[in-house]
Ligand binder design. Structure first.
Ligand code: DGL
Length: 268
């Protein structure tokens, strides 16, 4: 039994979809969440830089915040930096890609699966490589630059997002997928718009729930779960504008996002 918190990070609000799923499945676990809002979006940045940011935050979570495991609640950082973080840290590190693939395969009836993510995630080939190991899957990928910025501004349901979605989702619609993996943790906040464009017959899959199951499995296998009935606490940090993060984050996650601290990274 281990009462230390779980650490989690993303470029901003997106990882809150994973935080919510973990909090719902594991209500006794405490959590430290970092949203790197001063440096989002990660998806358009060079891979080396995303790797540096991810390493810096993950080290901070382990060494300063004392977390017992790290959840990379960002597809871009998972695609680019998961192996590096596993090599650098002596706690368990998990990402969202493997859970995303599993959830996509489980949901699809025809094997025609779409993946949408940031430019960085799609360009990394991480989903393409992982799905290649699955028999009978025909994959269609599309990068959706601009989606993350709409979410960070809290514009999840406007005409502008709809117009952008109609344009960017063209390739996955054209491929007649029956399942669409939302391979950016920000995208579930745009689910209504994405569903409207894709049509009712396409199942939208978020890796968040499957990631939470993975966290539960690892904690229980390694004897690191918090004792049942533990009173959890949640610590929220961002690197820019904690007022905005608190106000919008609370609408997205719920009342547990009570107050937000600011963390200042040294320039990398
Ligand atoms: N939530 C991040 C992801 O899953 C967004 C990356 C970004 O900041 O562009 O990829």
């Amino acid at each position: 039994m281990d009462k230390r918190p779980i650490g989690m990070f993303d470029s901003g609000f997106g990882g809150l979809t994973v935080a919510r799923a973990v909090m719902d499945l594991l209500p006794a676990e405490s959590l430290v969440y970092v949203g790197d809002t001063a440096r989002y979006p990660y998806g358009d940045r060079p891979a080396e830089q995303v790797g540096e940011f991810a390493s810096q935050i993950a080290h901070w979570l382990v060494e300063e915040a004392g977390v017992k495991m790290v959840v990379v609640a960002c597809n871009t950082a998972s695609a680019i930096a998961l192996d590096r973080l596993r090599g650098e840290l002596d706690v368990e590190v998990i990402g969202v890609i493997e859970p995303g693939v599993r959830a996509g395969v489980a949901a699809s009836r025809t094997g025609r699966i779409g993946v949408i993510g940031t430019v960085g995630t799609v360009a990394s080939g991480a989903y393409q490589n992982r799905f290649a190991a699955e028999e009978g899957v025909q994959l269609a990928c599309a990068a959706c630059p601009g989606f993350v910025e709409f979410v960070e501004r809290g514009e999840t349901d406007t005409d502008q997002v709809l117009v952008l979605a109609e344009r960017l989702l063209g390739p996955v619609r054209g491929a007649e997928v029956d399942t669409l993996v939302l391979a950016c943790t920000h995208y579930p906040f745009l689910a209504r718009t994405i569903a409207e464009v894709m049509g009712r017959e396409v199942v939208l899959v978020s890796p968040a729930e499957e990631t939470a199951f993975e966290v539960r499995r690892i904690l229980s296998d390694s004897g690191l779960a918090a004792p049942a009935g533990n009173e959890p606490w949640h610590r929220w940090l961002c690197s820019k504008d904690p007022g905005h993060f608190a106000a919008l984050g609370r609408m997205m996650l719920g009342p547990e996002l009570a107050s937000v601290e600011r963390v200042d990274w040294e320039d990398l």
